[in-house]
Design a protein around this ligand. Sequence first.
Ligand code: NAP
Length: 309
Amino acid sequence: MNESHASTWHILGAGSLGCLWAVRLARAGVPLRLILRSPERLAAYRRAGGLTLVERGAARLYPLQAQTAAEPAPIRRLLLACKAYDAADAIAGLAPRLAAGAEVILLQNGLGSQDAVAARLPQARCILASSTEGAFRDGDFRVVFAGHGHTWLGDPQDLAPPTWLADLQRAGIVHDWSLDILARLWRKLALNCAINPLTVLYDCRNGGLLEHPAEVATLCEELAELLQRCGQPSAASALHDEVQRVIQATAANYSSMHQDVAQGRRTEIAYLLGHACAAAARHRLVLPHLTTLHQRLLRHLAARGLPSH
Ligand code: NAP
């Protein structure tokens, strides 16, 4: 057994990305345990017989071992695969089980949840991730692998790559160790802020924003100013060009925020546009279009009974 294999992976959250990671790691022979929300969810999982992953139209059941946070065994390696708004609470329930020097991989989109988690885990190394893979749930404990992509991982406090990247390699999880993961997360956040809220407000596919070029351009200017002020010049560089490229390349798609709102699901707004506006306020930076966009989006969500955080 090599070093990268010595530790069992624990994966909290058997949703879209949690399932994608769990199934591929298990197929590569990596020992792992899923951590589910409650005894009721564990019972439902056992009734389902495991996780089902649908790939290229074919569904396959994987009877992976699962437990709840109440299990006593220590955790040395944890993949936190819940939504950003669940991350701090989820980790609070697990913190007593984390061994000294444990490694926690944070898959959450946006920014803000990572700091909230790290503040609760002084004994652990937190590794941040940013992924372009796509998956969605089409039933309980059933996930469709919708789009192959790439995952960047990095640790702003310690640039040395962890040994378990070899597990990801064997599992076919396409990844790179990033020496500037914060720049990647900020860039993705800025792309999200320039595209997703407008698709919700105009109720359109990404391509619908081609009809609002001036609004998109002004948002990109303000976002680039914010990134500069936050010490992220590389994330600010040529932002508008990339936003336009993404709008063109994904013209037929509905953004993740649009899908969440259309299906009455809570969004991650507080970790995306909300985080951007809070950072601007902290730097006393006046960004009128971004602020108005945030207010319009909050009103839109409130009118549909969806939370603002
Ligand atoms: P998801 O499908 O909603 O899955 C989240 C899972 O976390 C759910 O199964 C939920 O349990 C579980 N969970 C929440 N709190 C928990 C707790 N305390 N204990 C145990 N389980 C808990 O979400 P996702 O789409 O995988 O997204 C995860 C993160 O990845 C998000 O930040 C998202 O933006 C990001 N991301 C997603 C994709 C994608 O294609 N899906 C792509 C890139 C990035 P229940 O089932 O009991 O509710």
